[in-house]
Design a protein around this ligand. Structure first.
Ligand code: NAP
Length: 546
């Protein structure tokens, strides 16, 4: 390992840098970026806050955590050998299986020797005179590198609710993204879950299997749909393996890199009977089909959206026995699919259990967490365990938590007041040689598919610079202005942009995140790639290279 030191200057004034590139984060994107940069012969260091690889799948060990996209469509596609040797056990892998997979990848490609664990980056400052980034870890050690690559994830800065008394609870309590590594038993316990997003839903349905009594504190219900998970037999795995080339080709063509893509028909172009039959079919199928493979207009046409919302509401009413509880579980302030659809397995049936209570905190707000439980305006509840499934300071939150300063000491956090501004979601004006993987304004969708493209594009740019002996790359102001405007325009007319959620930058637990912003690229993944490919094909002229 290179010694930690401030950037030194050689006699010829060329800096002696610790590394060519520093990658922050050893999740899916950081691991793959390391692999690719090593291929280029670069000296790379990955700093990872956790004690192991995996990122999202390292931190989110909460009960019931699993994929919502098909396992085989989620794994890396870059190595034929890896595809040949890895067998997925379930169509939607549980977190331990995914973490095993990512550990396998790290071992197979001998990635660990360039990863420094237990190393949270506190600050990253640009040095113009030496064209490099100086990083400071939270333990005070310092490192320098030409390139800074952020692989810090769009959903990795967990947020606790701003409720009085959180610290006073004497029982066990935990945010889902900081779940302990040791098993937690719920048997005979009184457990509270706050939050009913995709994480809360997975947690609730798992905890309900063994809990003494479960109380769910719900602020906003979400439109959930069945996952239809199942084990993958040996025969199926053989078929999946044989079909990999076609499957990845399909993921390259679909809107958001999922196996599912919008049906070309409009909701009102078919008869009511055909519509109902189509929705029944989607409701009975695996994964995100009902969200991503639905009629093309359900997320832009209010009437179409109201119809599919009605359909799902009927399903909820059929599945939940107590009509009052059912009504509480049906969203009233947003339509189906306008927030991320949590996929579930017998989630609604949980509320038919006699040992499960749903508390609507709009009716009876939480007043405080007490040493023994939770006090609402109507009652005081005692708990052994409180689970906070309260989500993340999404997309920009993981950047905000690092003191990133660019040219003339400009803080990224200040630059992004009022919403991120980027070029292709990869670069920011005033922050040369910083490349973002899965940053704001990139195509998210089926994340590993987007990651692979993102990493390969960044690698291409760095290769180009190396080949042309260039040491500085920065987004041009006009490029940033036009990309940011393009991203904004793409979001126009999308019902999801009229709704409060992490996707629109809202987090009630974070100062300054109460106003909706456009932080997500909402065009198609193929269109995103076409644009980036074009920039690369023109020799990256749209970037200021020197
Ligand atoms: P989330 O969707 O932001 O949900 C957070 C929940 O906590 C919401 O129900 C929210 O209510 C509630 N909440 C927050 N602060 C609260 C407070 N002060 N008082 C009461 N309730 C509060 O977060 P998430 O469920 O962790 O999911 C985030 C994203 O992670 C998902 O959308 C998905 O993209 C990803 N994810 C993926 C998977 C998967 O692939 N399998 C699984 C889990 C998560 P409001 O809605 O009223 O704000």
């Amino acid at each position: 390992m290179a010694a930690s030191h401030e950037t030194r200057a050689r006699t010829d004034a060329a800096p002696v840098l610790d590394y060519d590139a520093i990658v922050i984060g050893a999740g899916i994107s950081g691991l793959y970026q390391l692999y690719r940069l090593r291929e280029l012969g670069l000296r790379v260091r990955v700093f990872e806050a956790g004690t192991g690889v995996g990122g999202t799948w390292y931190w989110n060990r909460y009960p019931g955590a699993r994929f919502d996209s098909e396992s085989y469509s989620y794994g890396y596609s870059f190595s034929q050998e890896l595809l040949e040797e890895w067998n997925w056990a379930e169509h939607f892998a549980p977190q331990p299986e995914t973490l095993r997979y990512l550990n396998h990848v790290a071992d197979k490609f001998d990635l660990r020797r360039d990863i420094q664990f237990r190393s949270r980056v506190g600050a990253a400052h640009w040095r113009e005179e030496t064209r490099n980034w100086d990083l400071t870890l939270e333990d005070g050690s310092r490192f320098s590198a030409r390139f800074l690559i952020t692989a810090i994830g769009p959903l990795s800065a967990p947020t606790m609710p701003r409720i009085e008394g959180v610290q006073t609870f004497k029982g066990q309590s935990c945010h889902t993204a900081r779940w302990p590594h040791e098993p937690v038993s719920f048997e005979g316990k009184r457990v509270a879950v706050i939050g009913t997003g995709a994480t809360g839903v997975q947690t609730i349905q798992e905890v309900a299997k063994t809990v003494g009594h479960l109380t769910v504190f719900q602020r906003t219900p979400n439109w959930c749909a069945p996952l239809h998970n199942g084990r993958i037999s040996e025969v199926e795995m053989r078929e999946i393996r044989a079909g990999y080339p076609d499957m990845f080709a399909r993921c390259r063509e679909t809107f958001a890199c999922f196996l599912h893509t919008p049906d070309p028909r409009g909701t009102f172009e078919v008869t009511p009977e055909e519509r109902e039959a189509f929705w029944e079919k989607l409701y009975g199928e695996k994964g995100f089909g009902i969200w991503q493979g639905n009629f093309r207009d359900i997320l832009v046409d209010r009437k179409a959206n109201a119809l599919i919302s009605d359909f799902v509401a009927r399903k909820i009413r059929q599945r939940v026995k107590d009509p009052e509880v059912a009504e509480k579980l049906i969203p009233g302030n947003h339509g189906f699919g306008t927030r991320r659809v949590p996929l579930e397995t017998r989630y609604y049936e949980v509320y038919n259990q006699p040992n499960v209570t749903l508390v609507d905190i709009n009716e009876t707000p939480i007043e405080r967490i007490t040493p023994t439980g939770i006090k609402t305006s109507a009652a005081e509840y005692e708990f052994d365990i409180i689970i906070y499934a309260t989500g993340f300071d999404a997309i920009t939150g993981s950047f905000d938590r690092i003191d990133i300063r660019g040219v003339d000491g400009l803080r990224l956090k200040d630059k992004w007041q009022g919403g991120p501004q980027t070029y292709l979601g990869v670069q920011v004006e005033g922050f040369p040689n910083m490349m973002m993987l899965m940053g704001p304004h990139t195509a998210l969708g089926n994340i590993p598919r987007s990651i692979e493209y993102n990493v390969e594009w960044v690698t291409g740019l760095i290769r180009h610079m190396r080949d042309h002996k260039m040491t500085r790359v920065e987004a041009r102001p006009e490029g940033v202005a036009s990309w940011t405007e393009h991203v904004r325009a793409l979001g126009e007319g999308l019902l999801s942009n009229e709704v409060n959620s992490w996707m629109t930058g809202i987090n009630t637990n974070v100062d300054g995140k109460q106003v909706r912003t456009i932080a997500r690229y909402s065009g198609s993944a193929p269109a995103y790639r076409a644009r980036c490919d074009e920039v690369a094909a023109k020799g990256y002229q749209d970037l200021a290279l020197a």
